[in-house]
Design a protein around this ligand. Structure first.
Ligand code: HMG
Ligand code: MG
Length: 293
């Protein structure tokens, strides 16, 4: 079974300048559920001045309609974020760290080494509240400030996150530079130490390699893939980062491969088209464009 984690509300919107009202985000959550999406990263409990678009995290999360088949997720950077998240019905949290020093510093204002104890505290306390925690590693395949990232550094960070007790690590190609051979090399190395169930992939499609990287990941045995409605997305602290792999493009490929996800492509495209109207711009998903010119 392939699991698709929809990150459009979080990674997708976090870089959008036009402020989307909370009620529109709520409608988006509902429309995604209607299209068959089961895993939804709804928001981030980060500092509101660092990511203004997600300043309504507390309100949005506290008003979520609980659906038995749906898991709501959110990013939690530190203790303060955890306290906020715990006041909401969000099911699952995600901590995040970068494999490159400069991106980590710009993104969360700490060195990599200083970040570990902060995340450790979040994971330990979340688990006391019976919350599962995912770990994100950013800049796995390249950093906007430092360029190439050493795979040994990625492996070390993954080991330390796993030791903390995260149940899964999502490998982020933050600025969309990865190519299939690089993905295969990284996954082959990481799969020596971790099971395929412990790893997920999170591709940005900046250079058009998102889908082929997803395909290679499936061939390597990965079963959890992140994607974003319409191909929205980008990290505000990674210059040049553009949209994630589009959910429509991923679902089209999976459907064609006979891999069932329970997600209805037609409804998904109707939802992205509606989102385009809310944002006042066209989204980049190729499959979406084939439905709506
Ligand atoms: P900081 O300024 O270093 O925080 O920010 P601090 O601990 O020094 O505290 C300063 C003030 O902020 C204090 O308030 C805290 O209470 C408050 P004061 O005492 O001055 O009144 N504060 C908070 N308020 C609300 N919520 C919080 C929080 N924490 C502290 N959680 C911090 C550190 C991590 C908060 C900040 O750097 C931040 O919010 N960064 C988030 C950046 C971000 O969201 N980036 C995008 C997500 S990562 C990503 O997109 C990559 C990914 O998609 C994978 C990939 O593609 O690679 C996941
Ligand atoms: Mg991302």
């Amino acid at each position: 079974m392939i699991q698709v984690v929809e990150v459009g509300l979080r990674d997708g919107l976090q870089n959008e300048k036009l402020m989307i009202p909370t009620h529109v985000k709520q409608r988006l959550v509902q429309r995604l559920i209607n299209a068959g999406i089961k895993e939804i990263e709804v928001t981030s409990f980060v500092h509101p001045t660092w990511v203004p678009q997600l300043a309504d995290a507390d309100l949005l999360a506290s008003q979520l309609h609980i659906d038995p088949g749906v898991t709501y997720r959110a990013l939690v950077p530190n203790r303060k974020g955890l306290e906020r998240a715990l006041r909401t019905p969000i099911h699952e949290y995600a901590v995040f760290i970068s494999a490159s020093e400069t991106h980590n510093q710009k993104n969360i204002n700490k060195s990599i080494e200083e970040t570990f104890p902060v995340l450790q505290e979040v994971v330990a306390e979340a688990k006391q509240h019976q919350k599962r925690v995912r770990g994100y590693v950013s800049t796995v395949f390249g950093c906007p400030y430092e360029g190439k990232v050493d795979l040994k550094q990625v492996v070390m960070i993954c080991e330390r996150l796993m030791d903390m007790g995260v149940y899964e690590i999502s490998l982020g190609d933050t600025i969309g530079v990865a190519t299939p051979n690089q993905v295969k090399e990284a996954l082959t190395e990481l799969l020596r130490q971790f099971s395929s169930e412990q790893l997920a992939v999170h591709f940005h499609d900046t250079r058009g390699t998102g889908l082929v990287n997803a395909y290679v990941s499936l061939e390597c045995g990965i079963t959890t893939l992140d994607s974003s409605l319409g191909g929205l997305g980008g990290c505000p602290y990674a210059p040049g980062a553009t949209g994630n792999l589009a959910t429509e493009d991923l679902i089209y490929m999976l459907d064609g491969m006979g891999i069932k996800t329970g997600i209805n492509l037609e409804e998904l495209c109707q939802t992205s088209h509606w989102l385009e109207e809310q944002l006042g711009k066209k989204l980049s998903s190729k499959v979406l464009r084939s439905y709506f010119q």
